[in-house]
Design a protein around this ligand. Structure first.
Ligand code: FAD
Ligand code: SF4
Length: 470
């Protein structure tokens, strides 16, 4: 959603040729001007809309006074990585939706609701520029304890910072060769530049967090082995297993899961092939199936890959509901449209059609209409009989959801999981095994970065209390 005081953006023509960050931050003057629009409500609903309860009213009032340092510390009390959340939080469904400027009951923030996320980003970038960090508060009672964190996504990074700040020795084990989880392999750098992510990870290393990459817990080392070495364990395994449509032809060549496609480009640098040795196929007519952030990211990455490889951009998103039901961030949808991504709403693929070499060449789809709301609260799409049609698709990317990665839990039967494979935790984020905690996408929930970090903070507090009481 573009509104009131929007920061500068690269033009669509310029940005589809590269992976440079699309949105620049506010200038000092723009930030103060935007902050001045805030009404400083007596009952600031925006705070309740933030999943970690940042004192939004306070930090905005500090921005108005030019006290950016104070604003930084106010945000940091609740949010460990505002530079990341200020860029990618779905604020239009959270704090901005709760802001007084948005009418009660609206599905999404009003255009003129305060740009809380852009203000947060401005303050966070000010903090990075001036190397501001919360002071460490080492607790001598805790410094001899070691905690293992499995997974280096936002949940793992957040808890590592929380525990290292009080002096605990934290080791993160990460299966991939680089850290950051989805922040690295999923979200493209034109939304979250890697220097921002690297800054946050380097800070953790500076305060003593050890990160061991290329270790898959469950395989390379078991949970039982970790338990012998560490006083507590946090599992931030994420939801890295892609869902598929389950339709005919989905196993044809050039039908990718969004995870594989994005990982090849974002983590393995396929855009720089052959300098980097991971290739990715690029089609002339690409379709992406889905309506969330993963679908939009896949489409925008695919479009850039076409442009970089001298192919006329032709990417379509097929979504079985309408734009209104799309869970993706609104701004990314607008950006995707500006860049030339086609949207085919109320469209559901039913079969991929093969060429004579086993590659997809077309997708057959049906038109849908919306029925009554389903369990997700969104109107259920109903396929309309006799509406089948085909469109060219020599490459397809399936982005219809992610599920729990069951590698570790299937090898550790004593760890209780629900029917979806998510780890079951109590209110303190403790799993069924004593001393083992979990948080982030592996325990379910909204599947947002801020929520994963909120759970990690809760788990950190529980670990500190439990260890202090023993
Ligand atoms: P993850 O980020 O998934 O990290 C888990 C890490 O654990 C991974 O690095 C994985 O390799 C590692 N791991 C797993 N098992 C093991 C093991 N056994 N041993 C060692 N390591 C292991 N949310 C937003 O709020 N805004 C957005 O704009 C947004 N965009 C998104 C775009 C994409 C493409 C995707 C996929 C998701 C997006 N999300 C977004 C959702 C958000 O990224 C996730 O909710 C969040 O990353 C979850 O954090 P996590 O720490 O639980 O897991
Ligand atoms: Fe400012 Fe909106 Fe929060 Fe009121 S609800 S304090 S206007 S950001």
């Amino acid at each position: 959603m573009k509104n009131k005081i929007s920061p500068h953006e690269l033009s669509a023509d310029e940005r589809i040729n590269n992976f440079k960050e699309v949105v620049s931050g506010y200038s000092r003057q723009e930030a103060i001007e935007e902050a001045r629009r805030c009404l400083q409500c007596n009952d600031p609903k925006c705070i309740g809309g933030c999943p970690v309860g940042i004192d939004i009213k306070k930090f905005i009032s500090q921005v108005v006074k030019g006290d950016f340092k104070g604003a930084f510390y106010t945000i940091k009390e609740k949010n460990n990585f505002p530079s990341i959340c200020g860029r990618v939080c779905p604020a239009e469904y959270q704090c901005r939706k709760a802001c007084l400027f948005t009418k009660k009951g609206s599905g999404c923030a009003a255009e003129n609701s305060i740009n809380i996320h852009f203000l947060e980003r401005f303050v966070a970038d000010y903090g990075i520029k001036h190397n501001l960090q919360l002071p460490l508060k080492a607790n001598p009672k805790l410094t001899n304890y070691r905690v293992a964190v499995v997974g280096s996504g936002p949940a793992g990074l957040c808890i590592a910072g929380e525990l290292a700040r009080v002096g605990m020795k934290v080791t993160i084990f990460e299966g991939l060769h680089q850290s950051g989880g989805v922040l690295r392999y999923g979200i493209p750098s034109f939304r979250l530049p890697r220097n921002i992510l690297n800054y946050e990870i380097d800070y953790l290393k500076n305060i003593g967090v050890e990160i061991v990459n290329n270790i898959v817990i469950g395989r390379t080392k078991t949970l039982d082995e970790l338990k012998k070495e560490f006083s507590a364990i946090f599992l931030g395994l994420g939801a890295g297993i892609p869902s598929f449509l389950g339709i005919k032809g989905e196993n044809l060549a050039n039908v990718y899961s969004a995870n594989e496609f994005l990982t090849r480009v974002n983590l393995m640098e396929a855009d720089k092939f052959p300098d980097y040795q991971t290739p990715v196929n690029i089609g002339k007519n690409i379709i992406v199936v889905g309506g969330g952030n993963t679908a939009i990211d896949s489409a925008r990455v695919a479009l850039r890959m076409q442009a970089i490889n001298g192919i006329e951009p032709d990417v379509s998103i097929l979504y079985r509901r309408t734009e209104q039901e799309m869970p993706a961030r609104r701004l990314e949808v607008i950006h995707a449209k500006e860049e030339g991504v086609n949207f085919r709403f109320l469209t559901q693929p039913v079969e991929f059609i093969s060429d004579n070499k086993g590659f997809t060449k077309e997708v057959e789809s049906v038109k849908c209409e919306l029925g009554k709301p389903d369990l997700s609260g969104r109107k259920r799409p109903i396929a309309k009989k006799g509406t089948n049609f085909r469109i060219k698709a020599d490459l397809a990317i399936i982005a219809v959801g992610l599920r729990a990665n069951k590698l570790l839990t299937s090898l550790t039967p004593s760890l209780k999981v629900d029917k979806w494979g998510d780890i079951i935790v109590d209110k303190s984020m403790q799993a069924s095994l004593p001393g083992v905690y979990a948080g982030g996408d592996i325990v379910g929930g909204e599947g947002t970065i801020i929520e994963a970090m909120g759970m990690a903070k809760k788990a950190a507090a529980s670990i500190i209390i439990n260890i202090s009481n023993n």
